[in-house]
Design a protein around this ligand. Structure first.
Ligand code: COA
Length: 169
């Protein structure tokens, strides 16, 4: 399994990877609707590639099984999305993708890597906590993260939190 920068030719597979990944929520009643939710379109993927913030996991057969995309906001790298095909989940692909994003954050001189995620979903906040992320208390949220959480809430995403990984430490 190879984790590498996303190429233009990979874009065609990424919406399907994200749709497949979202099947993880189908067995989680409160969030089952996410299994049929919207996914990033090709233009959004292209913008992340152009900014140098998109990586894919490619299996030994050359199939794209996961992707992560992130964007610099000043000295903070923000993880916008990480998705692994449903049938490839639980085999370490997500952890490898996340490690690549952390490595890129460090290479790019980021002070921290941030993300927003579900507090109670086992493969969301608990996974990031084990990895070394910390939850950011509501009172300490930056304007940017407060805005992301408010927008997610308005779109029906309840039970979210913001997390940070201190890249320098
Ligand atoms: C989150 C996601 C990218 C992780 O990818 P993955 O390849 O399954 O991850 P890994 O196999 O590397 O496992 C990562 C951790 O999640 C845990 N995990 C994965 N699937 C799990 C499940 N169904 N239930 C409980 N824990 C799970 C693993 O135990 C592992 O923890 P550890 O490394 O501390 O032991 C993947 O589950 C996914 O695409 N989910 C749907 C989309 C999503 O939730 N994206 C994250 C948005 S913030």
């Amino acid at each position: 399994m190879l984790v590498r920068a996303t190429l233009e030719r990979d874009i065609q597979w990424l919406p399907d990877v994200e749709r497949s990944a979202a099947q993880a929520f189908a067995g989680w009643p409160a969030l089952a609707w996410l299994a049929q939710g919207d996914v990033m379109d090709c233009a959004q993927h292209r913008a992340f590639i152009d900014a140098g913030g998109s990586w894919v996991a490619e299996d030994s057969a050359g199939r794209i099984v996961g992707f992560a995309c992130a964007r610099f906001e000043g000295r903070v790298l923000h993880l916008h999305e990480i998705s692994v095909r449903h049938e490839a989940q639980g085999q370490g692909v997500g952890r490898r993708l996340l490690q690549r994003v952390v490595d890129e954050a460090r290479l790019g001189g980021a002070s921290e890597l941030t993300l927003t995620t579900f507090v109670d979903v086992p493969w969301n906040a608990p996974f990031y906590l084990r990895y070394g992320f910390e939850m950011i208390e509501k009172g300490l949220l930056s304007e940017r993260l407060r805005g992301i959480l408010a927008s997610e809430h308005a779109h029906g995403l309840i039970g979210r939190c913001a997390m940070r990984y201190r890249v320098g430490s």
